[in-house]
Design a protein around this ligand. Sequence first.
Ligand code: ATP
Ligand code: MG
Length: 418
Amino acid sequence: MSSLIQAIRGMNDILPDESHRWEFFEDAVRAWLAGYGYRNIRTPIVEQTDLFTRSIGAVTDIVEKEMYTFVDHLNGDSLTLRPEGTASCVRAVLEHNLLYAGPQRLYYYGPMFRHERPQKGRYRQFHQVGVEALGYADADIDAELIIMCARLWRQLGISGVRLEIGTLGSTEARAIYRARLIKYFEQHQDDLDEDARRRMHSNPLRILDSKNPLMREILAGAPRLLDDLDEDSLKHFEALQRLLHDQGVDFEINLQLVRGLDYYNRTVFEWVTDKLGAQGTICAGGRYDGLIAQMGGKSAPACGFAMGIERILALMAENEIPKPAVDIYVVHQGEIATSFSWKAVEWFRNEGLSAILHCGGGSFKSQMKKADASGARFAVIIGDDEAKEGEVSIKPLREAAEQVRVGLAEAGSLLRRI
Ligand code: ATP
Ligand code: MG
């Protein structure tokens, strides 16, 4: 016998005993987004590699080491499994000229791919819900995006997530800051790890995002962007804080917040929990006013965030989410009975009930065992006797109650009543 083929490391199956939790989450998210007027956009999972190198930035974890890139052997194109959703969303918006109709509130949902070391809360295929508000310049939309997250956590029964906000200022302010940062890192070269030393001149801001605990001290002493912050960005940051305050959303200011992607400016934010160990960020986002022009579109401001579904579901692990159960399991024996049971089971479905028709024959006894194992609330028993009269017997499987025999027409309404 040949050995069984297994799933790729870091890419998970979501089995039926678990998938109802995903469906619960997906339903909640769809209703939540509709409540804010955000519309769904669906883009391909594979894109031209250039899309990501140009938008995310060449000197980032994602582009340097995490992308699943391969050559399309039919034409030699370099293609990449999407590591995040914003680049594809912006590409589609530009390709189809959606901003022509005015600003857009959009969201996407689906798998993302990053070649990382798999561990709890960090996978190679993981899922994100991402929300993008394109064409909006003011801090009101930044606030809306954050406030809507707070509502989602409440609706999902998630507690103990804190909000950190920061600002990256304007491109010009960041350039001044960048120079100061390089100078600081040059003075402390011996305390930097290999990654940091390599990025010191190409992307010094990214060093602030380092997860290496040995770098903590050196980073704590690094200069702060706030001192170089431009007037407009400062006003924007203050307006955001006022709005959050007015809406009763607590936050901490964290000026070390950088985000893993290059395209952010001004507002950045993260929702963080202490309950998931090192993988504590469940949602992250910010403003990216330069990206649309950088990708060849007519310059337009934008702001968005993405949340990691696996991490959110891990936080919800203790929440009781009922498993969906089927209403009826139909058992049948005899030629007339079987023919009638096909009609009966469709009739129940027309009545809005869910029903499994027993397949594969067998004795009544063995069929009843399957009915019980299915989790159905009722067994509907059809023998030739019942079938000849157009009747069915209903046996409750989860409570002590009498079996009753009724006409098919009454059975649906009777079952719906109980
Ligand atoms: P991290 O710092 O944890 O690597 P990131 O900055 O790379 O996160 P983003 O690109 O901002 O993450 O993605 C948004 C969210 O997606 C993260 O906050 C996290 O919840 C989730 N996420 C990112 N990478 C993974 C992964 N490999 N596995 C599971 N979830 C992930
Ligand atoms: Mg990462």
